[in-house]
Design a protein around this ligand. Structure first.
Ligand code: NZQ
Ligand code: ZN
Length: 384
């Protein structure tokens, strides 16, 4: 196991009717900016619960944060934060709203052009404090320091990370996920699943705790994900998915182990160029990437096949083939298509992604740094 230093400062408040606890978790006398998306929170009762809990605070709201939040919109919110001297941000939504809040938190107090935070990795030295109410289990953004922002005019989807933008608290009430469209339930399960894989399916470093935690999360998602589609009103299923998605990317299982993230980086380019949902890009890329990297990932692919999918063949190639096939079938069972052609994309898209990876200096992806734009192209060709 590699050395590590782990601190996750986000307080998790989990369960039914917990949105009311906002009142006690936002610092007293804060001037709050409520951030949200296109308005799903007004249709499912979350907005009403939040505004009730904010009744003793001075607060304003900013809506319209898009799925794959846009730099332009977030900069408008950052201006509002400065003008109104806001001192606490409350994000209510999925990963896009929470990621957006993190960028606003950093951009509002950044000296210079805030695009540099994303494009040049400019260091974030201060940020407005934030908290969140999660409405879509998927990204883990509710308890990590990551944010991904898209600049539509240049088709660039870029991220930043900072310990200063961890939410101070995250309220996770699984009942607010009942109103999710089926497609978003499926996307969330696939995204969380791939987050675990990115930190687990690399090469062994004798990290027994991380491996067993990761395998438990994968099996939970494999078992509970389809149930969320067939029993959409089952609270316990929603609760298990919500907690699994948070645990998948709150830093815990990634400590002391090599990490991959190539599927995500290639996927971000597909979203930036063609607007595919984040999880759709992962469902296309991951099975093809595992196939392409089967020698480098051999030991972990065997472990994954045997422990997660309970495969008992003595022939190793058969275990690996079947593990990859079952992964792909799981995404399809969730209703997320796994081929580029399912999204009407072909050779032109592959060339565009390869060029974008070069433009963004994504030249050595993966846990060994051996996934070049050329290899990414081969991976995408296998996913046609
Ligand atoms: O805009 P609203 O009205 O809120 O509707 C949203 C949106 O249309 C809707 N929704 C959310 N909760 C709902 C609901 N509809 C009904 N009922 C509810 N309870 O769902 C749609 C999608 O929301 P979005 O926030 O975009 O989805 P998700 O949570 O999947 O976030 C995706 C974004 O997160 C980034 C992705 O790249 C993408 O930009 N990621 C962030 C990560 C992180 N911070 O660590 C890691 C991930 O790998 C990912 O890159
Ligand atoms: Zn993801």
């Amino acid at each position: 196991m590699f050395n590590f230093c782990f601190q996750n400062p986000t307080k998790i408040i989990f369960g039914k009717e917990q949105i009311a606890t906002l009142t006690n978790n936002i610092p007293k006398n804060s001037k709050v900016l409520l951030l949200y998306g296109a308005g799903s929170i007004k249709r499912n009762g979350v907005y009403q619960q939040v505004s009730q809990a904010l009744s003793d605070f001075s607060w304003l709201e900013f809506s319209g944060i898009e799925p794959n939040p846009s730099f332009e919109t977030l900069m408008q919110a950052a201006d509002l934060v400065r003008r109104e001297k806001i001192d606490f941000l409350l994000a209510v939504g999925g990963g896009s709203v929470i990621d957006g809040a993190k960028f606003i938190a950093a951009a509002a107090v950044f000296e210079g052009d805030a695009w540099q935070i994303l494009a040049e990795g400019a260091k974030v030295t201060s940020a407005i404090p934030l908290g969140c109410v999660l409405t879509l289990p998927a990204t883990g953004s509710e308890s990590n320091g990551n944010s991904v922002v898209t600049r539509y005019e240049t088709q660039q989807k870029l991220g930043f990370s900072s310990p200063l933008v961890y939410p101070q608290f995250a309220i996770l009430d699984p009942s607010v996920t009942f109103s999710l469209p089926t497609k978003q339930v499926a996307n969330g399960v696939v995204d969380a699943f791939v987050h675990v894989i990115e930190q687990y399916l690399t090469y062994p470093v004798n990290a027994a705790v991380q491996d067993r935690f990761a395998e438990g999360l994968l099996q939970t998602l494999i078992e509970q994900g389809p149930l969320a589609l067939t029993e959409p009103e089952n609270y316990d299923v929603r609760a298990n998915i919500m907690w699994a998605a948070t645990m998948a990317l709150n830093g815990l299982i990634g400590q002391g182990v090599p990490q991959d993230w190539a599927t995500h980086m290639i996927g971000h380019e597909l979203t930036a160029c063609y607007g595919l949902d984040h999880a759709q890009t992962l469902a296309i890329i991951l099975p093809a990437l595992l196939q392409q990297q089967r020698e480098q990932k051999r030991a972990k692919l065997l472990q994954y096949g045997r422990r997660v999918w309970q495969l008992s063949y003595s022939n190793e190639e058969q275990v690996i083939d079947e593990a990859i096939a079952l992964t792909k079938a799981f995404f399809q069972q969730m209703g997320v298509a796994t081929q580029l052609s399912d999204y009407k994309l072909g050779a032109a898209a592959i060339a565009a992604v390869e060029a974008k990876l070069v433009q963004h200096n994504m030249l050595k992806l993966g846990e060994h740094g051996d996934i070049t734009p050329q290899i990414a192209k081969q991976i995408l060709q296998q996913a046609l």
